[in-house]
Design a protein around this ligand. Structure first.
Ligand SMILES: [Zn+2]
Length: 63
């Protein structure tokens, strides 16, 4: 006698929406150790000085 097996659907058929967020990345390069890092949504009008995460140099930002 065959046992009745219930096949469960592995795929979720519910409608799921994707979420998106736009990120503006700013890339910085240290004037001392020459390594780089990036910060998302950096506001240069509010932040005048940054610390290098590599060597700790605090400096103003220029293009
Ligand atoms: Zn540095």
């Amino acid at each position: 006698m065959k046992s009745k097996t219930e096949v469960s659907k592995t795929k979720d058929t519910r409608k799921q929406k994707h979420f998106v967020s736009i990120e503006k990345l700013s890339h910085f390069r240290c004037g001392s150790c020459d390594k780089w890092w990036s910060i998302g949504d950096f506001d240069k009008t509010k932040i005048k000085e940054l610390f290098c995460p590599w060597c700790g140099l605090k400096s103003s930002v220029r293009k």
